[in-house]
Structures are given as structure tokens and as C-alpha cells.
Design a protein around this ligand. Structure first.
Ligand code: 13P
Length: 256
């Protein structure tokens, strides 16, 4: 089956949570809890936690990601962090275009594209987030919107670079709300994402793409969501802040 050919990735997105001291404590709990995972385990943490996270996760099966990256290489961009800075720290992944960044920090499809390209050029693996609002779902434009977000995000990304891309389908109405998309809804949109990637890069490339679901994924619903043929992993917010909950989700991906 196609699913076996791609990497299942369970990634935590800690958002603006955990000081470096708190991060160290959580990672100490996570390391034994996920050590037998057969999927890829990633924690995407605030910039200030990255040094601690990289040091703690060295020699373990936990990979470290950032939550954003700037698109310019360097220069007068006060407060921003470049892809080279992340690579130099030992960071491997980066979340790009999360709906919270689109909503609160004026992120657009165009800047998502620029950040993704900068990340890929530096050797980072972007986790590119796409997803619709409740109004957009009710208006019946989910698929069109997600297709458009995906196409623009990948504009100028080469087939070789695509191998390092992860796409996360995160319906905005399911984030932090406790309202999860049904497994069928998640499957439908993850499949649509794979389809548009297939149109752009060919079927083989699409078959190899990891597509995650994110939005109130938790120990109770993870197994069903991850059992769907086009749902290859999860991007987890709230439940990634509790080692035992995150570990259950990692375990569910191992089974899925
Ligand atoms: P929750 O799991 O808290 O709903 O957050 C999902 C998310 O936004 C992950 O990026």
C-alpha cells in the first residue's frame, strides 16, 4: 500500500508555551515515552527553547523543529530568525504558514511560499500548513481553497526539494476547539492535497508526500484519524504539551 512507502510523522507544535526550563523537563519525560516509536517524532518549539531541545534530543529519536522562519537570508529585519540560524543550531523542521500566523501576523500565501523556499534552500524540512475556516467550509470552498494554498506554497519548489516537504491539513475551526474533523473529512482533504501535488509533480512524487492532519488530535481520536489512507501523521497542539498524551498519539501512528 502507498501509505507504507511514506514517512508517518507525528509532530508537536508547542506554540507559545514552555520556557526553556519547562521545555527541558517536558523533553525528559518525552524521551522514554516515545523511544520505541516506528514513526518519525518531531517537536516544534519556540525559538527560545531550540538550543535546549536540540541538546536534549541529541542521540534520541526525537527531531527538533522551529515554529516559523524568515524568508530573507540576513539583514535589517529586527526580531526575525533566518533559516541559516536554525540550521546552525541543529534544527531540522520548521512549521510554516500556521493559521495562527496567517490570522494574527498577516501571513499570506505569498509569504508562506517565500518562507518555504528559504527553508528548503537552507536544508530545512518545512511543515506547510493549509486549511479552511468554518465559514469557508460552510460555503463549500474547502477543496478549492486548500488546493490554492498548496499550489501557491509550492510555487518554485523543485521536485527534489518536494521530498523534504510535509503538508499539514489544519481546519481552522478544529484548532484548539476540541472540535475535530471527522476521519472522513480529514481523509477527503488530505487526499485532495495529495491530488494537487500529483498534478504539479506527478503521481510518484505525490505518493511519497507526507500529509498530516492537525486540529484537536488527541489520544482518543488519533487512531481513527491516522488509520485513513491519506492521513500520514499529525500536527498536535495541546496534546503535545503532555508527554503521556503525545506518546499515545505516537503509538497510534505506529499502528496506523
Ligand atoms: P490543537 O491540537 O491544540 O487543536 O492545535 C492544532 C494545531 O494548531 C497544531 O499546529
Amino acid at each position: 500500500m502507498d501509505k507504507q512507502n511514506r514517512k508517518a510523522i507525528i509532530a508537536g507544535n508547542w506554540k507559545m508555551n514552555k520556557t526553556a526550563t519547562e521545555a527541558a523537563a517536558l523533553i525528559d519525560e518525552l524521551i522514554p515515552a516515545v523511544k520505541d516509536a516506528t514513526c518519525e517524532v518531531v517537536i516544534c518549539v519556540p525559538f527560545t527553547d531550540l538550543t535546549t531541545a536540540v541538546a536534549k534530543c541529541k542521540g534520541t529519536n526525537i527531531h527538533v523543529g522551529a515554529e516559523n522562519v524568515h524568508f530573507e537570508k540576513s539583514g535589517a529585519f529586527t526580531g526575525e530568525i533566518s533559516a541559516d540560524m536554525l540550521v546552525d543550531l541543529g534544527v531540522e523542521y520548521v512549521v510554516i504558514g500556521h493559521s495562527e500566523r496567517r490570522q494574527y501576523f498577516a501571513e499570506t500565501d505569498k509569504t508562506v511560499n517565500k518562507r518555504s523556499r528559504a527553508a528548503l534552500a537552507a536544508g530545512l524540512k518545512p511543515i506547510i500548513c493549509v486549511g479552511e475556516s468554518l465559514t469557508q467550509r460552510e460555503q463549500g470552498v474547502t477543496e478549492e481553497l486548500v488546493r490554492m494554498q498548496t499550489k501557491i506554497a509550492l510555487n518554485g519548489v523543485t521536485a527534489e526539494e518536494l521530498k523534504n516537504v510535509v503538508i499539514a491539513y489544519e481546519p481552522i475551526w478544529a484548532i484548539g476547539t476540541g472540535k475535530t474533523a471527522t476521519a472522513e473529512q480529514a481523509q477527503e482533504v488530505c487526499a485532495a492535497i495529495r491530488k494537487v501535488v500529483g498534478e504539479l509533480y506527478g503521481e510518484e512524487a505525490a505518493k511519497g508526500l507526507t500529509v498530516q492532519y492537525g486540529g484537536s488530535m488527541n489520544p482518543k481520536n488519533a487512531e481513527e484519524l491516522l488509520s485513513k489512507p491519506d492521513v500520514d501523521g499529525g500536527l498536535i497542539g495541546g496534546a503535545s504539551l503532555k508527554a503521556e498524551q503525545f506518546a499515545v498519539i505516537v503509538d497510534a501512528a505506529t499502528k496506523g
